[in-house]
Design a protein around this ligand. Structure first.
Ligand code: NBG
Length: 799
């Protein structure tokens, strides 16, 4: 642990170095930068020691490849993990600075869209806490996920210039830059019977690594997140120069830098854009080159790569790892195909994060070959050999060959590339893994069942509970000791306080404090007063039709109509909180945001109902906003159509903070239910198999349309909301291509309303609700990222 005066001295020296000023003279911004830099340098020292230690032990290393890491803010997390939060707070206090204000200056590092990116960051945290040597690789997007503003009810996107203040955490290593090649042609020939190949006329981009150090709770281990940026290569396009084409040569080079400019803002959806393919290859090629160089430096051979290195492909975005590792082994290090393939398969593993067909990445062969000709040639050979194998395994089943192919119908299919190569493939919740095995990946599953495994997602609960909810954490420590800080399953000790009146009262009080904090935030952000004694009903996540925010908002309109009809009814007051970004090009999702905003305007401006019913849409959902909303939630809405949400992780974050889940049996909700029991959760809706069944029988939403819901839908097209939402209603009712109500909102509406009535009735009984809340916190330990990462380490990475 760092001595306080030593810390103070370091901050002082950093201030002088950076800004030539003293503690007394520093502005808040200068102090922020000095504290962050001091922490970063401390981590750098510890990192040095840790990596020496890992090297000396000669253990296996893990590389987690992901196009996204949704880091959020780091200052408080690092101070907390290093055990110096209190010291630094005191030092700052003495000089008239507040740690909270300093932390508020830090922008979120929003290098991700949603669950997948946040999961990657939670795993880096947990892996570091556990002392596993895991390096994350990604891209240093200049602009992370866009800032969202609602202008006249419509989502607008603005650039997120996070580096201006977030850069303090990064240390660039230009000396370790590598070259990545795009375009050009490939020549192939035989030289005395040996197959030879040459890649010519390509353009070069320089990839420069930037390190972000990752601290772990109560450990000396420090890991790294390595972020690549694309730079002008040292050498220009000499051919263009010598042709006198000076302007074009320079133009090409600015093009190079756009590769790491901006994060693609689509979640669970692909666009197939050239720039995106270049981003993916930049990440994969640069990272693999470095990994192999480092391995060679230490072991002088790549023969033992799979014994000493595990490379994890986080969703298909880095699936190019398969052909790129082959390329490096074949072309750069002169391995033969069979040995290269064996090393590749044994080194790589793959996690699938979605079964949504629009998210299964496929690239057009033309684009792929144009940008990555050598990589394409390798994919073609992988596919040729795969076809040989499949024709042998299933001699009379060309349908199967086509379904399992890596290249088919003019497209390169990234999931099949992973399935063809990786030694382990996993889903992210039990239900999701079952759907992979019995549904979309069934053919690969029957080919080799042992490769498939499940690792249910987990969260960095020290961030989501301990840091985000200090009041609850302090109380838990008093009640059950602090063992749960190391081992989340110890939260179960709380169970023996179920039914304890004193404990109930305290839990309700803490929840109320957190609700007041959120209410203040809402008042300043939205200008809407909300009642902290009302039930806080929260749905926060990306806006996607399958997540069914629409179901929630339609039900709110039903409540509104009821209240209008019976203004004096004994109604349990509710505040509905939404926050969600929609992918910039996803019009339907943006329309749904508009609808939520319109409904909130209608209700919040109606004096007859607004004391009982409030609806708030909070702008610009991000990690740091989630940290304020989640501790204040009474009800956690997890209402996706069963079979669609791979896991969900917000459900776990709210659960551990004592929110009760209102949900379908989808994703990890199934396992949450197993933990807490049906009596401590509000379940509704069709099960995944019933959904499948209904599709098979033929789903007609009109058969499920009640007069009540019909009245609600009429509100959408009548103009009472200030605008009309005909598109949304049409999407629910009009069967254009057999896709009316593709997420069965109407079919599940009745049961959802039933469950919501139960929520209200239960909430009247505060004691009962407090007990449910207690059980949820107590049983959330299993959803710790520590548990998940241990499973990866044991079952997949063989650490
Ligand atoms: C998301 C799923 C979530 C899941 C996270 C993390 C993608 C492609 N998938 O259900 O939708 O919790 O991944 O596994 O973002």
């Amino acid at each position: 642990m760092q001595k306080k005066d030593q810390l103070e001295k370091s901050i002082q020296e950093t201030l002088v170095q950076l800004f030539g000023c003293s503690m007394e003279e520093a502005t808040e911004k200068q102090m922020y930068k000095a504290v962050c830099t001091t922490v970063r340098d401390l981590l750098a020292e510890r990192r040095h020691a840790f990596s020496k230690d890992v090297l000396a032990r000669g253990g296996k290393k893990v590389y987690y490849m992901s196009m996204e890491f949704l880091v959020g803010t780091s200052l408080r997390n690092n101070l907390y993990n290093m055990g110096i939060l209190k010291q630094v707070t005191d030092i700052l206090d003495r000089y008239g600075f507040s740690i909270d204000k300093l932390c508020a200056l830090e922008p979120d590092a929003g290098l991700g869209n949603g669950g997948l990116g946040r999961l990657a960051s939670c795993y880096m945290d947990a892996a570091t806490h556990l002392g596993y040597p895991v390096t994350g690789y990604s891209i240093r997007y200049e602009f992370g996920i866009f800032r969202q503003k609602i202008v006249d009810g419509w989502q607008m996107e603005f650039p997120d210039n996070w580096l201006e203040m977030g850069d303090v955490w990064l240390r660039s290593r230009p000396d370790d830059a590598v070259e990545v090649r795009f375009g050009g042609e490939v020549h192939e020939w035989f030289d005395q019977g040996v197959f030879k190949t040459a890649h010519v006329n390509y353009q070069t981009v320089t990839a420069v690594p930037h390190d972000m150090y990752i601290s772990g709770y109560d450990t000396d281990a420090v890991n790294r997140l390595v972020l690549w940026s694309a730079k002008l290569p040292q050498s220009f396009d000499m051919a263009a120069f010598s042709r006198g084409d000076y302007v074009r040569a320079l133009e090409q080079n600015t093009m190079a830098e756009t590769i790491s400019k901006v994060l693609y803002p689509a979640d669970d959806h692909i666009e197939g854009k050239r720039l995106r393919l270049k981003q993916q290859y930049l990440l994969v090629s640069a990272s693999l080159q470095r990994i192999l160089l480092e391995h060679l430096r230490h072991y002088k051979t790549l023969d033992n790569l799979a014994d000493k290195v595990a490379i994890h492909i986080n969703d298909t975005h880095p699936a190019l790892c398969v052909p790129e590792l082959m390329r490096l082994l074949l072309d750069q290090y002169d391995y033969g195909w069979d040995q290269a393939w064996e090393i590749t398969c044994k080194t790589l593993s793959y996690t699938n994060h979605t079964v949504m067909s629009e998210a299964l990445e496929r690239w057009s062969v033309d684009l792929f070959r144009e940008q990555l000709p050598r990589i394409f040639a390798i994919c073609a050979e992988i596919n040729r050999r795969l076809m040989e194998k499949l024709q042998e395994a299933y001699p009379n089943d060309p349908g199967k060959w086509a379904y399992m192919a890596c290249i088919q119908d003019g497209e390169v299919r990234m999931a099949n590339l992973c399935l063809a190569a990786c030694h382990k493939v996993n889903g992210v919740s039990r239900l999701h893994t079952d759907i992979l095995k019995n549904g979309i990946f069934h053919d690969y599953y029957t080919l080799d069942e042992d490769r498939f495994t499940n690792v249910t997602n987990g969260i960095a609960y020290r961030r989501w509970l301990c840091q985000a909810n200090p009041a609850l954490t302090a109380y838990l420590k008093d009640l059950i000791g602090d063992g749960f800080l190391q081992d989340a399953t110890q939260l179960e000790k709380l169970l023996k306080y179920k039914g304890d009146a004193e404990v109930r009262r305290s839990l309700l009080e803490i929840k109320r404090e957190n609700k007041v904090r959120l209410a203040n935030k809402i008042a300043s952000a939205n200008g809407v007063p909300v009642d902290p004694d009302s039930l806080f009903d929260v749905q926060i996540k990306r806006l996607h039709e399958y997540k069914r925010q629409l179901l929630n908002v339609l039900h709110i309109l039903k409540l509104y109509l009821e209240l209008k009809e019976h203004p004096n009814a004994d109604f349990v007051p509710r505040t509905f909180v939404f926050a969600a970004k929609a992918s910039a090009g996803y019009i339907r999702a943006k329309q749904i945001i508009s609808l939520i905003v319109a409904v909130s305007n209608l209700i919040n401006n109606d004096p007859q109902v607004r004391d009982k019913l409030r609806v708030v849409f909070m702008e610009d959902y991000k990690v740091s906003l989630a940290e304020i909303i989640i501790p204040a939630a009474d009800i956690s809405e997890q209402i996706s159509l069963a079979g669609k949400e791979a896991s969900g992780t917000g459900n776990m974050k709210m659960m551990i903070n004592g929110a009760v889940t209102l949900g379908t049996l989808d994703g990890a909700n199934v396992e949450i239910c197993q933990q807490v029991g049906e009596e401590n959760m509000f379940l509704f809706g069709m099960h995944a198999d019933e959904v499948e069944d209904l599709w098979r029988r033929g789903y007609d939403p009109r058969q499920f349309l009640t007069p009540e819901l019909d009245t609600v839908l009429h509100m959408l097209t009548s103009g009472v909301l200030g605008q009309r939402f005909d598109d949304i209603v049409a999407s629910l009712l009009t069967n254009r291509f057999g896709t009316a109500d593709a997420y069965m909102t109407i079919a599940d509406f009745g049961d959802y309303a039933r469950a919501q009535r139960e929520v209200s009735e239960t909430y009247r009984n505060k004691a009962r609700f407090a007990d449910m809340s207690l059980v949820n916190t107590a049983k959330a330990g299993i959803f710790s990222a520590d548990r998940a990462v241990k499973e990866y380490a044991e079952d997949i990475w063989n650490l």
